[in-house]
Write a protein that binds this ligand. Structure first.
Ligand SMILES: [Zn+2]
Length: 474
């Protein structure tokens, strides 16, 4: 233990001069694969090529023979320490959540500012930035618009032009708290369009859901499975249908978060790409799990309570096809864990009180590699595109992030394709007592992770310190 601390200290002292030559790896980008070397110094990629020799004095050579060399993962949809009612928060804070992310190969996250309805956007931003300072990896923030008033257009302009926030989020669901009526969503899109800022939308038809929730609870139908039954496929399908029309009308780039079903995906294509710049995201849970989880005994199904809910096996299989042919372009996690004990169990006799969300940020890359690449549903290049390059491009981080090119931040993942693992809440770094992937076998995991040119993870240990992440202006 003592030696480890000492080593970290001495490394920190010379950190600005850390220099590495990563040799003989199999370099994989979103479009390319080649055997080669990467020289890293001053936190950046200095050179890529074949048979590079050490030209930096003191550069350490890292032998990457037998490893894939990928750009670090970018997860553009996570909720660390998300406030919920009763003064509680989602179970991972920015420190524990980013530590888990790094261990899984993700080197940048984008979280959300969620102002209290009526709260000035910039005030909420400063509060959120304060919380996010604990991050171990670099982080950006999307701004949620949770209510509308005449100051919002000017505040949105400040977000884009002063604060480096080029994306806004709106919720069609949750109208009792943070959701917006369509006319205000359209207003947000009209403003965002002025700056070519992207609007992310949670697409679910709130009134239908509110009606069904009330109906089930008053009928004594309180178990977790009614969460899924109260959020039917049609509620997502209809919302997507309206939102693509709104975005096309406003001329605003659109990003549909956590799309879960084939019927909703078809609605995206009722508008042509010439009329609308739309990017579609799905999440590992919609690719690997299905609604049968809600039939689990007792209260166990509560772990899978999330919105939208898990869908059918057919939806799952179709979403894999849509990744394969690029109709879905980003895989993010919507990481938002809650403990079964003390959090999810608030809804033990009323599913509407179960906080929605699950952990996933640590396992996105390994799950997609195992169940996507190894099962030939996506290529290795697509893995990089879906988890790193596309999210970086879409949210204004490219080529600083999401790319292995000269001048990019040296966020580099050395991926060991032979390593094996079994996911479990007993061993994961997520700060929560359950995993929706409990018992899932994975192949491939990070051998080493570099962030901004420093070794952030090696031999199973996260080495960077709390607070070492930087805020990403986009
Ligand atoms: Zn979310």
């Amino acid at each position: 233990m003592a030696t480890k601390v000492q080593r970290q200290k001495s490394k920190k002292k010379n950190s600005h001069r850390d220099s590495y030559l990563i040799k003989n790896g199999h370099v994989i980008t979103a479009v390319d694969s080649f055997k080669g070397d990467i020289l890293v110094a001053d936190g950046k990629i200095q050179l890529l090529g074949k048979h590079l020799e050490v030209i930096e004095p003191g550069a350490k050579v890292i032998d990457a023979t037998g490893l894939y060399v990928l750009p670090g993962g970018v997860d553009p949809h996570v909720h660390m320490e998300l406030p919920i009612s009763g003064g509680q928060f989602s179970a991972d804070d920015f420190e524990t959540g980013t530590r888990a992310a790094i261990a899984g190969g993700t080197t940048s996250i984008i979280d959300f500012v969620t102002p209290e309805p009526g709260q000035p956007l910039l005030e909420a931003l400063y509060e959120r930035k304060e919380a996010a300072k604990k991050s171990l990896c670099d982080y950006g923030l999307h701004m949620s618009i949770t209510s509308w008033n005449e100051n919002i257009p000017e505040e949105m302009r400040q977000c884009v032009e002063q604060e480096g926030i080029s994306s806004f989020k709106v919720y069609m669901a949750y109208k009792e708290t943070i959701g917006l009526d369509d006319k205000y969503i359209l207003a947000v899109m009209v403003e965002a369009a002025k700056y070519k800022a992207r609007v992310m939308v949670h697409c679910e038809y709130d009134e239908i859901i509110a009606y069904l929730r009330k109906k089930f609870i008053s009928g004594g139908k309180t178990e977790p499975k009614y969460h899924a039954l109260s959020r039917p496929v049609g509620a997502e399908e209809d919302a997507v249908s309206r939102v693509v029309l709104m975005a096309a009308t406003a001329g605003c780039p659109l990003y549909i978060v956590h799309l879960s079903t084939v019927r909703a995906l078809f609605r995206v294509f009722q508008i042509t790409p010439e009329e609308l710049d739309a990017v579609v995201e799905t999440c590992p849970q919609y690719l690997l799990l299905d609604r049968s989880e809600y039939e689990r005994a007792g209260f166990e199904g509560a772990a899978y309570v999330m919105s939208p809910p898990l869908r059918t096996v057919a939806d799952r299989e179709f979403l894999w096809k849509a990744l394969g042919d690029n109709r879905v372009q980003v895989v993010a996690t919507d990481h938002c864990p809650f403990n079964m004990k003390g959090q999810k169990d608030r809804g033990s006799d009323d599913f509407t009180k179960i906080p929605g969300g699950a952990a996933g940020v640590q396992h996105r890359m390994a799950l997609l590699y195992t169940y996507g690449v190894l099962e030939k549903k996506i290529s290795l290049n697509q893995l990089v595109a879906l988890t790193s390059t596309m999210p970086a491009r879409v949210f204004g981080l490219y080529p600083r992030k999401g790319a292995l090119v000269k001048g990019a931040d040296a966020d580099i993942l050395l991926w060991d394709p032979r390593a094996e693992d079994i996911i479990s809440a007993k061993t994961h770094l997520h700060h929560c007592d359950n995993s929706i992937y409990e018992g899932f076998r994975t192949r491939g995991k990070p051998h080493m992770v570099m962030i901004n040119g420093k070794i952030a993870y090696e031999q199973g240990v996260v080495k960077c310190e709390k607070g070492s992440g930087h805020y990403l202006k986009r």
